[in-house]
Each structure stands twice: as C-alpha cells, then as structure tokens.
Design a protein around this ligand. Structure first.
Ligand SMILES: Nc1ncnc2c1ncn2[C@@H]1O[C@H](COP(=O)(O)OP(=O)(O)OP(=O)(O)O)[C@@H](O)[C@H]1O
Ligand SMILES: [Mg+2]
Length: 239
C-alpha cells in the first residue's frame, strides 16, 4: 500500500495559562491518503485551528509525530517548516489574504517567487493558474476590483500555482454568501476530482457535508472519522 500523505500520530498541543493546562490537541491520530477530500469540523474552541496549524506546518506539536509526504515535520525548525510549506502546501484562507497593492498575476506568482521559480516560468504558471479559475483576463486588476467570490478564486489560483501536494483550506466560504459559497465548494470538488488532495477546516456541518470524508473534533479529540454519508446520518439523528 502507498504511504499516506498526512500521518498524525498521537498529537498533543498543550498550552499553559497560569496553573491551567489547555489541551488544544489531545491525542489526535489521523492518516490521510493522496487524493482524499477531508473536512475537519468542530465547534468554536474545539481545536480546529490548532490542528490546521500543525497539518499546515505552521506550528509544531508539543508531543507526537507528524509525517507529511514521508518527511518528519514534528521537530523541524521554522526555516525548515517554511520550506516544507512552500514545497508541499497551497493555502486557502477565509479572508483570501491577497496583497492589495499587487495585481492578480503578481498575487498568484508570489509562492513561485518564494520558491525561486524563474521570472518567465513564474508568469506562465501564474497565468495558467488564473485561467483555471476563469480569471486570466483580469490579471492586471487589483484584488479590491473583484467580488468576494472572485477574490477567493484568485486565492485558489495562488494555492494551485505551486502545484502543491496538499490544498489546505481554512473556512474557505466563511466570508461568502451562500450562492458564492456553493461555487467555491464546487470548485474544490472539481480540483479533488482532478486528483488534488484537499483538507478543509470548517465549523459548519453543511459545508463539511461537501467533502468525501469527515473528521469531527471535540475538546481536542477526534470523535468521528468516516465517510460523509455516515456523518450525514449521525447528524441527522442528532448526534
Ligand atoms: N496560543 C494559545 N494559548 C492558549 N490557549 C490557546 C491558544 N491557541 C488556542 N488555545 C486554546 O485551545 C483551544 C482550541 O483552540 P482553536 O483555536 O484550535 O479552536 P477552533 O476550533 O479553531 O475555534 P474557532 O472555530 O473559534 O476558530 C481553545 O480552548 C483555545 O482557547
Ligand atoms: Mg479556528
């Protein structure tokens, strides 16, 4: 069997607030294969962002092992984490995080610039990526000249430009109305059908139901991990 893309083994993230200990991740084990579309769902404070930061190599766990693409990320330095992120992960954030003074092409080019891709190739790949989200004709525009949904599509183009192993989306529809949310979700589904591995963080069950597999977090622990159909059934039953 092929090795999983993501392997979290008994992950703890523990914060100390005075005398109090907060277990933001409390023994999480999770394995995600290439090509999966997984939603990580949970209420506010359940530990989603904590887990997203670890999966996204933005932070390291207090305890436990994280293997991403065969590499042990758990004890990497900040510089090594930055390299891994650049090489392997495309991020999509709730607030798009586009740079307001750069045009769309320049925004999409940024991760390629950091990765040291030469200028001409950078432009070509960024344009191709913008074309994938249907915005290549607007490449000269600034982000604030676009609608929210279009801006989120640019951020998806930016995530795709580096040809990442993993697309990590944090509340990708959190700032969008329901129709635009649907478009963005359809788009993520299409990217998954084209072979991309997607992990999407959300507090919203109706969004989680768009994935193929759901992992639910409560108090820093996984309390459901399974097929989306089984998840739909248990929330239908009120669990
Ligand atoms: N830097 C920190 N220092 C102390 N406690 C923290 C820190 N970051 C998170 N926590 C605590 O860890 C727990 C999980 O937080 P986390 O941000 O992962 O939740 P979340 O599921 O992302 O919530 P939300 O949906 O509101 O974003 C919470 O109790 C939170 O207060
Ligand atoms: Mg959060």
């Amino acid at each position: 069997m092929a090795e999983p893309l993501i392997e979290l083994k008994n992950i703890y993230k523990i914060y100390h607030m005075g005398d109090e200990e907060v277990r933001a991740s409390d023994g999480v084990s999770l394995s995600i294969d290439r090509g999966e579309f997984v939603a990580i769902v949970g209420k506010s404070g359940s530990g989603k962002s904590t887990l997203m930061n670890i999966i996204g190599a933005l932070d390291v766990p207090t305890e436990g092992e994280y293997i991403l693409g065969g590499e042990d990320v758990s004890e990497m330095s900040d510089d090594q984490l930055a390299q891994i992120r650049n090489k392997m992960i495309g991020f999509i954030f709730q607030q798009y995080n586009l740079l307001p003074k750069l045009n769309l092409l320049e925004n999409v080019e940024l991760p390629l610039l950091y990765a040291g891709v030469p200028v001409q190739e950078r432009k070509e790949r960024a344009l191709k990526s913008l074309a994938k989200v249907g915005l290549e004709e607007k490449w000269k525009n600034l982000p604030n000249q676009l609608s929210g949904g279009q801006q989120q599509r640019v951020s998806i183009a930016r995530a795709l430009a580096g040809d990442p192993s993993l697309i990590l989306a944090d509340e990708p529809t959190g700032a969008l109305d329901s129709r635009t949310s649907r478009e963005v979700l359809n788009f993520l589904r299409q990217l998954n059908e084209e072979g991309n591995t997607i992990v999407m963080i959300t507090h919203d069950n109706s969004i989680a139901l768009e994935a193929k597999r759901v992992v639910r977090i409560k108090d820093g622990k996984i309390n459901f991990d399974g097929d989306v159909k089984d998840y739909a059934a248990i929330i239908q039953a009120g669990n």
